[in-house]
Ligand binder design. Structure first.
Ligand code: ARG
Length: 567
């Protein structure tokens, strides 16, 4: 599609120059409706420079853009020039692009740009709760999408492994901890004790004091306390890793907040030297914004540093190490102020790269029974949710397709996929409805619906292979596929979806693409037979099936879903 659009844009540029518009250009876009054509040129942007109405420009431009080897028909419609491409040329460009994996379908060559993406970043000694799914899957999807687009992506897991709350965690373990239980069930055990400590501390101030003391010791490097802290960190990471493996998620850098502990002083010095700090009630602050915006705290009056101080140290470290073009923080909307302050400090320091920092925020998960909180111990583990989804899929398979091979693998791919897909379905800033029934509905806009389209395509390819039937080759005229214009368009819209996904940091653009593609496939297969037609037609349709399958799998892969051969 891109090749044809570039061709059209070039023609338009030449025609506009002949019309005396000078060196201006228009970009060819997807038409609002396929009935209008395969591409449209919107003439609004030229009205001012050309001192003519968009409709007049469109009319003249259309009259100068005749048909050629790629363009079949050109028509002005109000401010638009609608263009129909020659079907065979369009189909060949899309199908070959997909099957040969040319960009945008396949990955782009390296562009020499770097994006650092901070995602997942769970707090250790706490459960990997279902609430963490959002940052984890949105971040991982963006990571894959940027890489596909030729960026060097650096995935960072900024573990929450430091801060005064660890005083409480360690104090609770010191008081009631059971070694055996800790090893067997590290997170559950720690969580239980933490919740208990939190409760009892309200009645017994000595507990709060002990927690503070332990954190101080941790900061000072007390060997016993450090060892316990390290043990908790390792056990937590081991647990988290199981969930990451299920989700197919990796990081280039697992660097927790504690890593920056030795750099906090020099970080604070840098900010002080920039002359933007002041001391307020014994604390070191930077004043940002006006009015009642709280000042940004770098060091409390008791000498302790904060989450923000550690994020400042981390961002300097990332800048020095990667000289990133973008640095994304995939973190919930409730940390908006934090990231505004982080950016604000960098800006006030006069660092020209402050604007490369971006908070990629997202909405909440909405369960039927309200939000989850770890403080009160009412927490849903993500792993359990995934298990439940997989279990339900297993039941569906048992009922509908009991002879399926690799049942377990398919159930895992579809169950986990359904949960991931549900999270990436709508624009990230919206809240996510969390309802297993809904995400497993094979008819809705769901993971299973899309995966099923892929399995259907694979089934056709298998049957064809069994009959010794090969897809048509690239040298053959795809004109026989004229009734598949919708599928070709759905396939060919990939470049637009990918472009928007990158521009808006929106994996939902990719998810939306898979739904449109799946829908067009289901609808085409509903009305057309692939096998059992005259050989040339069957083979042409097989080419379409192969391309659709390839691209569906690619797009699903970018959002972290497998595309099972059978289900
Ligand atoms: N651990 C933090 C939390 O759970 C999220 C960290 C996000 N990343 C960052 N660099 N601040 O709230």
């Amino acid at each position: 599609m891109e090749e044809l659009r570039r061709h059209l844009e070039k023609k338009a540029r030449e025609a506009l120059e002949e019309m005396g518009a000078g060196e201006v250009s228009l970009s060819a876009e997807a038409p609002r409706d396929l009935a209008f054509g395969d591409a449209a040129l919107a003439c609004f942007p030229l009205a001012r420079t050309m001192k003519k109405s968009p409709a007049a420009i469109a009319a003249e431009l259309a009259s100068r853009l005749g048909p050629d080897e790629l363009v079949e028909k050109v028509e002005a419609a109000g401010p638009y020039v609608n263009v129909r491409f020659r079907f065979s040329a369009m189909a060949r460009s899309v199908l070959l692009g997909v099957l040969e994996g040319r960009p945008p379908y396949g990955p782009f060559p390296a562009r020499g740009k770097t994006v650092v993406i901070d995602y997942s970043s769970p707090n250790i000694a706490k459960p990997f709760s279902v609430g963490l799914i959002r940052t984890t899957v949105i971040g991982a999807a963006l990571y894959r999408i940027y890489r596909h687009a030729g960026w060097k992506a650096v995935g960072v897991n900024h573990l929450g492994d430091w801060g005064s709350q660890f005083g409480k965690v360690l104090a609770a373990l010191e008081r009631w901890g059971d070694r055996e239980e800790l090893r067997r069930n590290p997170i559950r055990h720690t969580l239980e004790l933490y919740v208990r400590y939190h409760r009892e501390e309200e009645k017994d101030p000595a507990l709060a004091e002990r927690a503070r003391e332990i954190f101080r010791k941790l900061e000072e490097g007390d060997p016993g306390i450090r060892a316990l802290w390290k043990e908790i960190t390792d056990l937590s990471l081991g647990e988290f890793q199981k969930t990451y493996d299920r989700l197919g998620i990796t990081f280039d850098l697992v660097q927790g907040e504690s890593f920056y502990e030795p750099y906090l002083e020099e970080t604070i010095q840098k900010v002080v030297e920039a002359g933007i700090t002041e001391v307020s009630q014994g604390a070191l602050v930077v004043r940002l914004g006006e009015g009642d915006e709280p000042p940004c705290l770098l060091r409390k009056s008791d000498g302790t540093t904060l989450y923000l101080t550690r994020d400042l140290a981390a961002v300097f470290h990332r800048w020095e190490k990667f000289h990133f073009d973008q640095c994304l923080y995939v973190v919930g909307g409730e940390q908006k102020l934090h990231f505004r302050q982080l950016k604000g400090v960098l800006q006030k320091m006069g660092l020209e790269w402050w604007d490369r920092i971006e908070h990629v925020a997202f909405g909440l998960i909405r369960f039927k029974d309200g939000r989850m909180s770890t403080r009160h111990g009412k927490v849903v583990f993500l792993d359990e949710v995934l298990d439940k989804a997989v279990e339900k899929v297993r039941e569906i398979i048992q009922e509908k397709n009991p002879d399926l091979e690799n049942k377990e693998r398919v159930a895992e791919a579809v169950g986990v996929g359904a949960v991931v897909f549900n999270d990436l379905k709508n624009s990230r800033i919206k809240d996510v409805r969390f309802d297993l029934e809904e995400m497993l509905n094979f008819e809705g806009e769901t993971g299973p619906y899309v995966q099923y389209a892929g399995a259907r395509l694979s089934g056709i390819l298998r049957n064809a292979a069994a009959r010794g039937l090969e897809p048509a080759g690239p040298e053959e005229d795809p004109g026989l596929l004229a009734d598949a214009r919708e599928v070709i368009h759905a396939l060919g819209s990939w470049g637009d979806s990918l472009g928007r996904a990158l521009k808006e940091d929106e994996p939902s653009q990719v998810t939306g693409y898979t739904v449109r593609l799946a829908r067009s496939i289901h609808s085409y297969l509903h009305d057309h037979r692939v096998l059992g037609e005259e050989e040339a037609l069957s083979r042409a349709r097989l080419l379409l099936v192969a391309a659709a399958r390839t691209q569906l799998e690619r797009a699903l892969g970018l959002i972290g879903l497998a595309c099972p051969e059978e289900m």
